[in-house]
Ligand binder design. Structure first.
Ligand SMILES: [Zn+2]
Length: 99
C-alpha cells in the first residue's frame, strides 16, 4: 500500500513536495535446514519517493531527493557514533565473553 503525501521542502520548509510514501514491509524468507524449514523475517525500511521539485524555491526533484536522503541517512550517523565509541574503547570489534 502506498500513499500520496506532501512533504516539507528541505530547503525552504514549505509544504510543496509531492511524494509517495512506501510503508515498511515484512519480507519472509524460508530456508530449508536439516532441522526443518526456517523462516526469517526481514523488515524493509519505509521510504519516500519524491515526485516533484519545490514550486516555492525552485529546487528540482533531484536536489530535493538528495537533500532528503542525506538528511535521513541514519546509517551513516550510526556508523560514526559506533566509530567514536570504538575509539574511546567502549565498543570493540570483537567481543569475548567468558563462559
Ligand atoms: Zn523549497
Amino acid at each position: 500500500m502506498v500513499d500520496n503525501v506532501i512533504l516539507e521542502c528541505p530547503f525552504c520548509s514549505k509544504k510543496t513536495i509531492s511524494a509517495v510514501y512506501i510503508p515498511p514491509m515484512t519480507d519472509a524468507h524460508t530456508t530449508r535446514t536439516s532441522a526443518g524449514a526456517k523462516t526469517k523475517f526481514y523488515q524493509t525500511k519505509e521510504k519516500y519517493e519524491i515526485q516533484s521539485g519545490c514550486s516555492n524555491c525552485g529546487k528540482s526533484q533531484k536536489e530535493v531527493q538528495k537533500a532528503l536522503k542525506e538528511g535521513i541517512s541514519d546509517v551513516d550517523k550510526e556508523k560514526k557514533i559506533f566509530e567514536r565509541l570504538k575509539a574511546q574503547g567502549i565498543v570493540k570489534d570483537e567481543m569475548t565473553t567468558k563462559v
